[in-house]
Unconditional design. Structure first.
Length: 73
């Protein structure tokens, strides 16, 4: 059982889990429109997106914001 931190809705979620949910809900094309980064728009893959987002804090923040917007509405 996963415990959640009361002030952080992303606590316990991996970046891979977040991306997987987003791909299932909006697809790569939708993610590319919402967050304009090359790894979503040109030959997208989970592996390349994870690598880019792990080393690019501003892009990761935008992806996390998109995830929260879609899951908390």
């Amino acid at each position: 059982m996963t415990r959640t931190h009361p002030k952080d809705p992303l606590h316990g979620l991996t970046l891979e889990a977040i991306l997987t949910v987003l791909v299932e809900r909006v697809g790569w094309e939708g993610m590319g429109r919402a967050v304009e980064i090359r790894c979503f728009n040109v030959d997208p893959s989970l592996k390349s997106s994870l690598a880019f987002l792990r080393r690019t804090p501003w892009a990761r923040r935008k992806v996390e914001e998109l995830y929260l917007a879609l899951t908390q509405s």
